[in-house]
Write a protein that binds this ligand. Structure first.
Ligand code: OSB
Ligand code: MG
Length: 372
């Protein structure tokens, strides 16, 4: 597969309200959008970096640098014919998984469009709809948390996840169980605890959570295994799993019972699918995580979550959970039963609003035969 050219943009999309986790605050999404062009067709990918390097090492500036200096030149000069082969061409660059995922994603989307099939069909998806969950950031107080969660339950979301850290864990979970009873509830610590907190983490068992996500450090699958051995709550890994090989080792060590797969965290849909396949073969349930993506990255997540091993509701919410206006038409919507339909049209399945994309663009560069 050869490309006529690529366009790289840095865009800014305002969020309706700030999103707060143990790793910091995001109040606007400054992400990169990659366009891959061929024969008048275009595919879109997103690099959903956060503003500061607290979730992983990447930022808008590092992703721009790695894409313009290394990844895009490699994609335009080396031989490859499928998105999976492109992933191999990009692999010699260490890490920088979100930068890679944006480029590979644009090519997956183009590849599907050129074949006249949906992105989901191109990666082997089988579901027609995916269950939507919502990730709720830290709130100023318990009353606000209860009110915010109540509103999402009313909208139909099928699973609630809250962000926790030492000092914002037991009380918020107790308040939610008292108010809403037996809802599908989980907590995400984004590595805010250490093995020293083992006793405190054991107290989570009383809340009958679906899982606790990434309690310990990203590089620590050893202490996660020790912790899983003393918790009845399943541990789900997020930051620790950046490749299929990481997933295999964590499963073999007993570091988790569930895995959150985000295409952006693992370098793209090809690696995400590989992690899915390993987990399916070993009986480890997976769900699709999110990085506060705009509609472009969100569309990729919807396609991924339609693979057969995605048996748990993901962090895939409606565009309007984060944005007053998204950059795709139609926006991603959740029906009153809490499901998102998997698009069947060719390519991404959601049209990019070109006017809005231009309006949101802060920086743009083209490569190959794409004139801007
Ligand atoms: O840990 O899952 C996470 C957002 C940004 C970075 C990391 C995470 C998150 C979320 C929100 O929890 C997921 C989403 O709604 O996109
Ligand atoms: Mg997480």
């Amino acid at each position: 597969m050869s490309l006529a050219g690529l366009v790289l943009r840095e865009v800014e999309v305002r969020m309706k309200q700030p999103f707060v986790s143990s790793q910091g605050v995001e109040d606007s999404r400054r992400v990169l959008v990659v366009e891959a062009w061929q024969d008048g067709h275009v595919g879109y990918g997103e690099v959903p970096v956060l503003s500061a390097p607290y979730y992983n090492e990447e930022t808008p500036a590092t992703a721009w640098h790695i894409l313009t200096e290394y990844l895009i030149p490699a994609a335009l000069t080396k031989e490859w014919s499928t998105p999976e082969e492109l992933a191999q061409v990009l692999a010699p660059v260490r890490r920088h998984y979100m930068a890679k995922a944006g480029l590979e994603g644009a090519v997956w989307s183009l590849h599907a469009d050129l074949q006249g099939i949906s992105l989901g069909a191109a990666i082997g998806a089988t579901r027609t709809k995916v269950a939507a969950g919502v990730s709720v950031g830290m709130q100023p107080d318990l009353a606000t948390l209860v009110q915010v969660v109540g509103a999402y339950l009313d909208e139909g979301y099928r699973r609630i996840k809250i962000k926790i850290k030492p000092g914002w864990d037991i009380e918020p979970l107790r308040a939610l169980r008292r108010t809403f009873g037996d809802i599908a509830l989980m907590a995400d610590a984004n590595s805010a605890y250490t093995w020293e907190h083992a006793d405190q983490l054991r107290r989570l068992d009383e809340f009958n959570l679906l899982m606790v996500e990434q309690p310990l450090a990203p590089d620590d699958i050893v202490d996660h295994a020790k912790l899983q051995a003393i918790l009845s709550t399943p541990i789900c890994l997020d930051e620790s799993i950046e490749s299929a090989d990481n997933a295999r080792k964590a499963i073999e060590l007993g570091s988790c019972r569930i895995i959150n797969i985000k295409p952006a965290r693992v370098g793209g849909l090809s690696e995400a699918k590989r992690i899915h396949d390993i987990c399916l073969a070993r009986g480890i349930p997976v769900w699709c995580g999110g990085m506060l993506e705009t509609g472009i990255g969100r569309a990729h997540n919807v396609a991924l979550a339609a693979l057969p091993g995605f048996t748990l509701p993901g962090d895939i919410s409606a565009s309007n959970r984060y944005f007053a206006q998204d950059i795709v038409i139609p926006e991603v919507v959740v029906d009153s039963d809490g499901y998102i339909s998997v698009p069947t049209g060719a390519g991404l399945g959601y049209a990019v609003d070109r006017g809005r994309l231009e309006y949101c663009t802060r920086r743009i560069q083209s490569f190959g035969a794409c004139a801007v």
